[in-house]
Design a protein around this ligand. Sequence first.
Ligand code: NAP
Length: 244
Amino acid sequence: MNAPARLLIHGASGRMGEALLRLWADDGNVQIVAAVTRRPPPQRVVNGVPFFAASELGGVPAFEVAVDFSLPEGFDRVLAACVARGAGLVSGTTGLSEVQRAALSSASAKIPVLWASNFSLGVAVLADLVERAAQALPQWNCDVLEAHHIHKKDAPSGTALTLGEAASAGGHQVNYSSIRAGDIVGEHTVQFSGIGERIELIHRATSRDVFAHGALTAAAWLKGRAAGTYTMRDVLLGHLSTVR
Ligand SMILES: NC(=O)c1ccc[n+]([C@@H]2O[C@H](COP(=O)([O-])OP(=O)(O)OC[C@H]3O[C@@H](n4cnc5c(N)ncnc54)[C@H](OP(=O)(O)O)[C@@H]3O)[C@@H](O)[C@H]2O)c1
């Protein structure tokens, strides 16, 4: 068996960061060597994992892949740290600007990068279904409806935009609707409406653990890859190729 991938978690105190720190020990393919937050806890080592402030990123121990679930404000610094160290970057941070997306694309000439709006297997399959439905129903209206917890900052969600892109492959002008309420983890409905009939494709995430497991799988997969841009479809290809 290969040595576990040495990971840095960026955004470790957040909802996703906490899930990653809780789940990694059950995954023999990864090892967390550093956790980074804006404001690290006073004790600095929690369950054997050393914590660092974002301003200390230059001095963290050697890592092979950074897993970033933070906010756009923190993204530039973790991307620069990965390029400086020649490490890979797995990021699920949504709401990135055009400039940040361009910087990610440039960095992929030097390091392997994988950004995904959603790390669940179910949404990867849903995007595939949406693309096929959109191509089969070119005259129908397409709406993407999404619901998330009240703390989510960006709208429409990154996942909604990814599903919209899948539908636009069929030439659709996609309309988006967003709900922010309670503690909803993440729900996405892609609705194709014709005259007298309608198709609804729905994904409901009931636990953040599906995203955390997907991100850890992606990080182990990215370790040692050549520089370039990768997608969850690349990680899950074996599974997805059996879906059609
Ligand atoms: N792709 C997916 O599958 C997926 C799934 C869920 C969420 N997300 C996205 O992942 C991101 C995080 O979500 P969340 O719910 O975990 O958010 P959250 O609970 O608000 O946590 C944000 C984390 O980022 C840190 N942070 C904020 N500003 C920072 C900065 N300038 N530098 C470094 N760290 C900074 C915070 O540290 P402090 O606590 O010290 O402020 C905290 O650890 C969001 O963009 C969300 O949309 C993606």
